[in-house]
Design a binder for this molecule. Structure first.
Ligand code: DAH
Length: 339
């Protein structure tokens, strides 16, 4: 086998055309080729089982090696190389270009929303992944014995801190840091102790926003949400508010958007209802303003929490939430490198 291998390597290195490589292929790997015929030259009857196994392994190895060597010789000749030997180097050829990564779909949606909100004079904040119980719960009118704590399964750390369960944890921090009047959004990663399935992740992204000023009303909330959604979806949208309960807003709402696929008639995407539940929001609870040192008799505001991961799924038609954190290049490469 080693002899055949050496011989084949030598002949391939001297081959100067694809036709010659093909002839060599037939000579070695064709029906009656010398590699193909190797099994006929041995007397299996005289071999022990170990020997037979060893022969089989080496026979497969040489076949794989020969396939590769032939393919390499073909590739070399297709690229215009002659018989192997020192290859002429063309220093004027452009170098291999480094490939650029692409932006993650959630980053794309986040960047788009940041731009839209900056156009409405909102500042962009950040917040912390590791939060205190105070900012994640108490300051948001969710005391220790409040049943709403049950709604969010929290990763607690051994030092008494926690992984923030929502970007709302940054509301009071932003009010403290910037004072009022204030328009701010703060996108970021949130963590919940969830069983992972096609639509639930234990790591996901939200984009929280708030606006506090004198005499801010529900009309402002609706106007800003409509402006946001019509820019995201590139067309006018119809929205409606349903009552929703969140301890840190009063009143609290679920904002629905008329289904963009069927225009409200009813289809599979909106489960025949004509509406799609988009984001929870509401008028900031006086206790939350107080926690941020703001007098609720003088100031009012609205807040909203948008599921960035869900919005990215809707915008790009991603059916499976686990793709976002999978690191699977076949998924990631479908998104552009820049906006
Ligand atoms: N923080 C809530 C959650 O993650 C979402 C939310 C609801 C945010 C109402 C808000 C709001 O700002 O007003 O479940």
């Amino acid at each position: 086998m080693d002899q055949i291998k050496d011989q084949l390597a030598k002949e391939l290195s001297q081959a100067a055309s694809l036709e010659e490589v093909e002839k060599i292929r037939i000579q070695y790997m064709g029906k009656k080729g010398s590699i193909t015929n190797l099994s006929k030259t041995v007397n299996f009857g005289a071999m022990g089982p170990e020997e037979r196994k060893d022969f089989g392994r080496r026979f497969n190895e040489i076949k794989t090696w020969a396939d590769q060597a032939l393919a390499q010789a073909q590739a070399r000749l297709r690229q215009g190389g002659g018989a192997a030997g020192p290859m002429p180097v063309d220093l004027t050829l452009p170098g291999a270009r480094g490939s650029l990564g692409s932006l993650h779909p959630i980053t794309l949606v986040q960047m788009e929303l940041e731009q839209i909100f900056q156009g409405m004079s909102f500042i962009v904040g950040q917040g912390y992944h590791v939060e205190s119980e105070h900012y994640n719960f108490d300051a948001l009118n969710i005391p220790g014995d409040h049943p709403a704590r049950e709604m969010q399964d929290t990763f607690w750390l051994t030092n008494g801190m926690l992984m923030r369960t929502h970007t709302s944890a940054n509301q009071v921090r932003m009010i403290e840091a910037h004072g009022v009047p204030l328009r701010a959004i703060f996108p970021g990663r949130c963590f919940r102790y969830e069983a992972v399935d096609a639509s639930h992740e234990n790591t996901f992204y939200q984009l929280e926003g708030l606006m506090v000023d004198r005499n801010v009303t529900i009309s402002h909330l609706i106007a800003v949400m409509k402006a946001l959604l019509s820019q995201v979806f590139h067309r006018p949208v119809t929205v409606r508010l349903r009552p929703g309960y969140f301890p840190f807003v009063e009143p609290g709402f679920e904002l629905d958007c008329q289904c963009l696929i069927c225009e409200g008639v009813g289809c599979k995407t909106c489960k025949q209802s004509g509406w799609i539940e988009l984001l929870p929001c509401g008028m900031i609870h006086p206790r939350v303003l107080e926690a941020g040192g703001v007098d609720p008799d003088q100031w009012s505001g609205f807040a909203f929490g948008l599921g960035l991961t869900r919005l990215a799924m809707m915008k790009f038609g991603v059916p499976e939430i686990r793709l976002f954190n999978s690191g699977d290049l076949r998924f990631l490469e479908q998104f552009p490198a820049a906006v």
